[in-house]
Design a protein around this ligand. Structure first.
Ligand SMILES: [Zn+2]
Length: 298
């Protein structure tokens, strides 16, 4: 009996010496947001996420006269949070560093220099990988980042890495498109137009000032009609100098829910496939090995 009690006391002493977090959090539902995880939970989160992390990319830029500067950031994070709630992954903190020179004439734009934009993203990926996250998902909420992010992915092959970057790049969904087309009211719909206003009406209705959406024009001014078949950096400013494309007055909460749910569904399925994927890292390894010795017979 005595030895039983002393054994029990020893066990109790050992348990007390463990950090409280180790045994009080094992059955807890882990937060999906990186900044909400404790260091101890982070270790479990890396395991539970199958070493994945998603970076929802937004920007700080004007969104017509009626939507907040952080629209892309806010909506991308809402989609990511909903998706990660269904298929666990870690969500990187609010990320607003990206390509946005075209909005510099507008109040509130934060347009960092290109080296900083590049290094910030590469550095973030490197640091995530150092912390055990070997599959990084880029979920882009900002159209101005599209070319940059594809190039960023290509450049990941420039030198050996022990992690992979996956860019969310959904294909067509004709069934969804049919439903969407039956609900939309406008034909010109780009930045801060019907779609984006609808999504924000669904996710952040208090931040939408739809009553002033018509106070500026989101019409295409088509000022480079003299240059067909040509790409120039000023193209966006030439067409939409108000940094507004479309008409936010047409925004509708129901359409926003349709768009939001569809994004979440596509992102959930991407997270699942990325978690299961073993091919990209394997091919990268093979690629780097062959690149170091290109004359070696394959
Ligand atoms: Zn936007």
């Amino acid at each position: 009996m005595k030895s039983c009690i002393s054994g029990y006391l020893l066990l109790l002493a050992c348990l007390c010496m463990l950090p409280a977090t180790v045994w009080s959090q094992t059955d807890q539902k882990l937060p999906v947001q990186y900044e909400e995880l404790t260091a101890v939970q982070f270790v479990s989160a890396v395991k539970q996420s199958a070493a994945t992390c998603i970076i929802p990319l937004g920007i700080l830029e004007k969104h017509g006269p009626h939507l907040p500067l952080g629209t892309d950031l806010l909506s991308a994070r809402e989609v990511a949070k909903a998706a990660a709630g269904k298929e666990y992954t870690i969500i990187f903190p609010p990320y607003f560093v990206g390509q946005i020179f075209e909005a510099k004439p507008q109040p509130g734009t934060i347009a960092y220099n290109p080296e900083l934009v590049w290094n910030f993203l590469q550095g973030t990926c490197d640091e995530l990988a150092r912390n055990g996250i070997k599959k990084i998902i880029l979920f882009n909420g900002h159209g101005g980042n599209n070319n940059f992010l594809q190039y960023f992915c290509q450049v990941q092959l420039a030198c050996r890495k022990d992690y992979a970057v996956y860019l969310f790049n959904p294909g067509d969904d004709p069934e969804f498109d049919k439903k969407f087309e039956s609900m939309r009211k406008t034909t010109l719909d780009g930045h801060a137009g019907e779609m984006e206003t609808s999504t924000m009406l669904f996710t952040h209705p208090d931040l939408v000032h739809q009553e002033v959406a018509g106070s500026q024009s989101g019409a295409d001014q088509n000022r480079l009609a003299n240059l067909p078949d040509t790409y120039v950096g000023i193209w966006w400013y030439a067409r939409f100098p108000n940094h507004y494309a479309g008409d936010g007055r047409a925004g509708d909460k129901k359409l926003g829910q349709l768009l939001f749910d569809h994004d979440v569904q596509q992102l959930v399925s991407m997270i699942k496939t990325v978690k299961l994927d073993t091919m990209v890292l394997k091919l990268q390894d093979q690629f780097f090995k062959e690149s170091e010795n290109p004359l070696q017979p394959k």
